[in-house]
Design a protein around this ligand. Structure first.
Ligand code: HEC
Ligand code: HEC
Ligand code: HEC
Ligand code: HEC
Ligand code: HEC
Length: 207
C-alpha cells in the first residue's frame, strides 16, 4: 500500500469505528437512570437489604426489611469471570420451594420453574460489544501491599459492599437502576485516579 492509500484506509477504519460507536451510543442501554421493569418485581431491598423488625397485630416480631443475602450468593461469577451473571431460578428455589408460597410473585416464579423456562430478566447494564469489561479483574485487583484497589469504604469512611463503587446501593433499591453514566469518560475518570492508576490504553478496553 502506498502512503496516500494507507492514509485513506486508516481514515476509513477510524470512520467506521466512530460510526459504529455512534450507533451503539444511541442504542445502548447503559445510561444513568435506566430502570427497566422486570418480569417479576424482584426487590433487592427484600432479598439483600438489612432486616427491619416490627411487632405485628398478633404481637409477633416480624422482619419487614430484608434478609441480607450476600450479593455473590446470587451473582455467583462476580469474582470468577467477566460477567457477574444473575442467579438461575434453581438458586431461588433453594428457598422458594418452601418459602413465600402464599405470595403471588413467588407463585409466578414457580410457574417458570415448573415449565422449565428461565425467568426473562431484562438486562439493566449492557455495554456495547466493542467494549471489554471484566468483573473478576476489577474485584480481585490488589495494590503492591496486597490491599484491594477498589475502595471498601464510602466517602464517610463507612464499610460498604465493593459493588457499590459502580452500582451504588443496590441493597436499598426496590428496582435496580443504572447509577453512573457507564460511558468511556466514567471508566477513564476512575482509571486515572492516583490511588487506582489503571491502564488508559485504548486496547485495554477495545481489543
Ligand atoms: C468497576 C465497576 C464495577 C464493579 C465494582 C462491579 N460491577 Fe457489575 N457491572 C459493571 C459493568 C461495566 C457492567 C456491564 C457489563 C457489560 O455489559 O458487559 C456490570 C454488569 C453487572 C451485572 C449484569 C450481568 C453482567 O455481568 O453483565 C451484574 C449482575 C453485576 N454487574 C453485578 C455486580 C456485583 C454483584 C458486583 C460486586 C460483587 C459488581 N457487579 C461490581 C461494573 C462493575
Ligand atoms: C436464602 C433464601 C432465599 C433465596 C435464595 C431467595 N429468596 Fe426470595 N424470599 C426469601 C424469604 C425468606 C422471603 C420472604 C417471604 C415472605 O415474606 O413470606 C422472600 C420473598 C421473595 C419475594 C416476595 C415478595 C417481596 O418482595 O416481598 C420474591 C418475589 C422473591 N423472594 C424472589 C426471589 C428470587 C427471584 C430469588 C432468586 C433470584 C429469590 N427470591 C431467592 C428467601 C429467599
Ligand atoms: C436473592 C438473589 C439476589 C441477591 C442476594 C442479589 N441479587 Fe442482584 N439481582 C438478582 C436478580 C434476580 C436480578 C435481575 C432482576 C433485577 O434486575 O432486579 C438482579 C439484578 C442485579 C443487577 C442488575 C443486573 C443487570 O442486568 O445489569 C445488579 C447490578 C445487581 N443485581 C447487584 C447486586 C448487588 C450489588 C447485590 C448485593 C448488595 C445483589 N445484587 C444481591 C438477584 C440477587
Ligand atoms: C471505580 C473504579 C473503576 C471504574 C469505574 C472502572 N474501572 Fe476498570 N479498572 C479499575 C481497577 C482498580 C483496575 C485494575 C488495575 C490493576 O490491576 O492494576 C481496572 C482494570 C481494568 C481493565 C484491565 C483488566 C483486564 O481485564 O485486562 C479493563 C479492561 C477495565 N478496567 C475496563 C473498564 C471499563 C470498560 C470500565 C467502564 C465501563 C471500567 N473499567 C471502569 C477500576 C475501575
Ligand atoms: C477504561 C476503558 C476505556 C479505555 C481505556 C478507552 N475506551 Fe473507548 N470506550 C469505552 C467505553 C465504555 C465506550 C462506550 C461508550 C458508550 O457506550 O457510551 C467507549 C467508546 C469508544 C468509542 C465509540 C464512540 C463513543 O463515544 O461511544 C470510540 C471511537 C472509542 N471508545 C475510542 C477509544 C480510543 C481511541 C481510546 C484510546 C485513546 C479509548 N477509546 C480508550 C471505554 C474505554
Amino acid at each position: 500500500m502506498n502512503g496516500r492509500k494507507r492514509a485513506r484506509y486508516l481514515l476509513a477504519a477510524v470512520g467506521a469505528v466512530v460510526a459504529t460507536g455512534a450507533v451503539a451510543y444511541g442504542l445502548s442501554n447503559v445510561r444513568k437512570g435506566y430502570e427497566p421493569r422486570q418480569p417479576i418485581p424482584f426487590r433487592h431491598t427484600r432479598m439483600a437489604g438489612p432486616p427491619v423488625w416490627q411487632v405485628n397485630d398478633d404481637g409477633e416480631r416480624v422482619n419487614v426489611g430484608g434478609f441480607g443475602i450476600p450479593c455473590v450468593y446470587c451473582h455467583t461469577m462476580a469474582y470468577k469471570g467477566r460477567h457477574s451473571t444473575v442467579a438461575s431460578t434453581a438458586v431461588c428455589m433453594n428457598c422458594h420451594a418452601s418459602v413465600g408460597l402464599n405470595k403471588e410473585w413467588v407463585l409466578k416464579m414457580k410457574e417458570y420453574w415448573d415449565r422449565g423456562e428461565p425467568i426473562p430478566w431484562v438486562k439493566v447494564h449492557d455495554l456495547p460489544d466493542f467494549v471489554y469489561y471484566d468483573h473478576a479483574a476489577h474485584l480481585n485487583a490488589k495494590d503492591d501491599q496486597g490491599r484491594p484497589l477498589l475502595p471498601l469504604t464510602d466517602e464517610d469512611g463507612k464499610p460498604m459492599v465493593v459493588c457499590q463503587n459502580c452500582h451504588g446501593k443496590v441493597e436499598e433499591m426496590e428496582i435496580v437502576s443504572v447509577q453512573h453514566p457507564f460511558n468511556m469518560q466514567w471508566c477513564l475518570d476512575c482509571h486515572r485516579k492516583p490511588e487506582i492508576k489503571a491502564s488508559t490504553d485504548c486496547v485495554t478496553c477495545h481489543r
